[in-house]
Unconditional design. Structure first.
Length: 228
């Protein structure tokens, strides 16, 4: 008789067993090329626990070469704001930290970021990790972008420019005497064309040296397509 009771007893005990946890396949489980710190709980990542900002200015004519139907194309844009990204000194960055609502009127940012999908993406992916509201995050983008002066020959060039990375950095430093070489990085992707300029800022909006994982273009020359 005691042998018949064992299966019944085991079944009763398993009623208290916890079901296995489901694994996530959503955005929080994905990785990016710079290894976001997704292991940090979202509740902590949303408090602004990062070290500095990376302002990314994309060169619209190069972007539009492969995506001519994007909203910023054919509108006379040179540099546009791609994003303002929280970064860690040790490398990597937080992303997708909360579900806070974005701007109620994203059109107010179209002069700097001429694509409403980009505006929403940057808020969800990066802005939610700053500890700021959407209004304050985009106000900070406007303030920091406003502090950067674009070299005159790059405001709206009507012909393609060829320059060395060093001379292009010098142009930015001459237009912005407060900037140092260690605070600027150039992006040229896999080709010889300028993709963008990245500038590192402290949390209070002052230029500062970039972290070690911020890549800089090391090509002998960079081509800068003309504005259209």
């Amino acid at each position: 008789m005691k042998f018949l009771l064992l299966p019944v007893l085991s079944a009763l005990l398993c009623l208290s067993c916890a079901p296995p946890q489901a694994t996530s396949s959503g955005p929080a489980a994905q990785t990016s090329q710079m290894t976001p710190a997704s292991s940090i709980p979202p509740a902590l990542r949303a408090t602004g626990a990062f070290d500095y900002f990376l302002l990314t200015l994309s060169w619209a004519p190069e972007f539009c070469h492969s995506k001519p139907n994007s909203p910023e194309c054919g509108q006379g844009f040179g540099f546009i704001v791609h994003g303002l990204w929280p970064q860690y000194n040790r490398g990597g960055y937080p992303e997708n930290c909360s579900q806070q609502p974005g701007l109620s009127n994203p059109q107010q940012m179209l002069d700097l970021m001429p694509d409403q999908h980009l505006i929403q993406h940057e808020w969800v992916t990066h802005g939610t990790c700053t500890g700021l509201s959407a209004d304050n995050y985009f106000a900070l983008i406007r303030k920091i972008r406003g502090s950067v002066r674009i070299p005159q020959d790059l405001v709206a060039p009507q012909r393609q420019i060829t320059a060395t990375p060093a001379s292009l950095k010098q142009d930015f430093e001459q237009a912005n005497p407060e900037l140092k070489d260690s605070e600027i990085a150039l992006s040229c992707g896999s080709g010889p064309y300028l993709v963008g300029v990245e500038i590192c800022f402290s949390k209070d909006g002052k230029p500062m040296p970039c972290g070690g994982d911020i890549r800089d273009c090391n090509r002998p020359e960079i081509r800068i397509p003309r504005v259209e």
